[in-house]
Design a protein around this ligand. Structure first.
Ligand code: FAD
Length: 421
């Protein structure tokens, strides 16, 4: 029911971030409309690795990242690749990305991220309970595995950042690792387990269940693309869509990798890019890890899902429009077979499926979360990059605080869109 102080709020985009924001807004008694041209959960939230990694405080850009750029350009099948044809378009983002990787900045970025990702499961729990989706969320931790002590040494800074931010880690040697996850290759000699992390065994189903609960609780959806805003004296009057205008007291931009033009419509130039990622799934796999497991060298994750085994990861910088390079998904299968030797050497095509999605990424690995400069009524909640599933629940909570005029429970100053001005 709509109470005193209740507002008409339009949430733009029905990915994990949008449905979490819509759910938290609804819990405050607002009348909430979602504007979404497609089906809820079919953007990046569809095919990710499903990890709720409270420990994910490390920036993608780390010190020395600049020296890797030539490799990204010349190795189209490396863990990170950059298409030559897209280089002129992404060059300004790349410059900011490299600048965000200094030692001082990555420590500050990690400190800023920890409250957003650290509370993920706590912030998700009430939404999952209301939606009857407890069966989709698991608290088994996240395992990072290495093939050599040198590999682990290369990640020293990342582990330092996690520990410095209160992340507790259990280390396993080769034998202990085998007992923990018998399906893993014996080539792995070190494993680091973060027990506070969790995962969903079906990211799409999770978004759908949260959305269904939103609908059942009186929420509405308009199947349209938002294109802009009508402001009157700095206050929001309507959200403009391709199919007409919707009167609103507040709006939240959660359109993932497609949010840039919406912010631009309000005069905010935000360097949002797609970090494209891939997955490959095996239905009825011969073996699966019990715990989501990241191969730290190959930069991919193997997650046990309800529908099979999902290998997900890699980064491709090629923009929103270029067709997928499915070789990148197939290479995950090769790497996955090396990780889990109990998998068959060959699988019939009908048991395999592939997917490509767009991580909405800002150069400093932090989202844009907070009011737009043109109006306090339009709130940005996009750009969560590699950690959008994890940070969505807390983002939703922050959005509800901002719409209600409450001080958010975490510091959102580092997420201000104005940092790019
Ligand atoms: C391979 C891969 C693995 C990943 N693994 C993980 C992981 O393990 N853990 C983790 O935390 N994160 C992970 N991520 C990142 C995570 O998937 C994203 O950060 C997250 O899904 C972003 O959610 P979102 O709601 O912002 O965007 P999306 O899910 O992309 O949703 C945006 C929605 O906005 C809609 N939209 C677009 N334009 C408009 C418009 N003009 N008007 C209205 N609606 C619009 C779209 O149709 C879409 O439904 C991974 C990503 C990839 C690609």
């Amino acid at each position: 029911m709509q109470g005193i102080g209740a507002k008409r709020v339009v949430v733009i985009g029905a990915g994990m971030v949008g449905v979490c924001a819509a759910s938290y807004l609804q819990r405050d008694g607002h009348k909430v409309f979602i504007v979404e041209p497609g089906e809820p959960g079919h953007g990046a939230s569809f095919g990710n690795a499903g990890a709720f990694n409270a420990s994910s405080v490390t920036s993608v850009s780390m010190p020395g990242v600049m020296w890797n750029v030539p490799r990204w350009l010349f190795d189209p099948l490396g863990p990170l690749s950059l298409r030559w044809s897209y280089l002129p378009m992404i060059a300004p983002w790349l410059v900011r990305f490299i600048r965000a990787g200094t030692p001082e900045k990555i420590h500050a970025q990690a400190r800023a991220l920890r409250p957003l990702v650290g509370a993920a499961l706590d912030a998700l729990t009430p939404l999952v309970r209301d939606a009857g989706a407890e069966d989709l969320v698991h608290r088994l931790g996240h395992l990072y595995v290495y093939r050599s002590a040198q590999g682990l040494a290369k990640d020293r800074l990342a582990w330092e950042l996690r520990r410095e931010n209160g992340v507790e880690v259990d280390e396993f040697d080769q034998d202990e690792l085998r007992q923990l996850e018998p399906a893993l290759s014996r080539d792995y000699v070190r494993g680091l387990l973060v027990r506070e992390n969790g995962h969903t065994s079906d990211p799409l189903a999770l978004v759908e269940r949260l959305f269904e609960n939103f609908r059942r609780s009186g929420g509405a959806i308009e199947h349209a693309r938002a294109v802009g805003f009508q402001l009157e004296g700095g206050r929001l009057a309507t959200v403009r869509t391709e199919r007409g205008e919707i009167a609103a007291d507040a709006a939240v931009v959660c359109a993932g990798a497609w949010s840039r033009p919406l912010a631009a419509a309000l005069g905010d130039r935000i360097p949002l890019e797609s970090e494209r990622g891939y997955h490959l799934m095996i239905r009825d796999p011969e073996v699966m890890p019990r715990i989501p497991t990241a191969d730290a060298d190959g930069k991919f994750v193997a997650t046990p899902m309800d529908a099979g085994l999902r290998f997900a990861g890699t980064v491709e910088l090629a923009g929103l429009a270029a067709p997928p390079d499915w070789r990148r998904a197939r290479m995950l299968l090769e790497q996955g077979r090396r990780m889990l030797p109990g998998l068959a050497a060959d699988h019939p095509e009908e048991r395999l499926s592939v997917w490509m999605g767009h991580r909405p990424s800002l150069p400093d690995s932090l989202p844009a979360l907070g009011p737009s400069r043109a109006s306090p009524d339009v709130i940005y909640a996009f750009g969560h990059g590699h950690v959008g599933m994890t940070s969505a629940p807390m983002t939703g909570k922050v959005v509800a605080d901002l719409v209600a005029g409450r001080a958010p429970s975490i510091d959102i100053a580092p997420f201000a869109a104005s940092r790019f001005a």
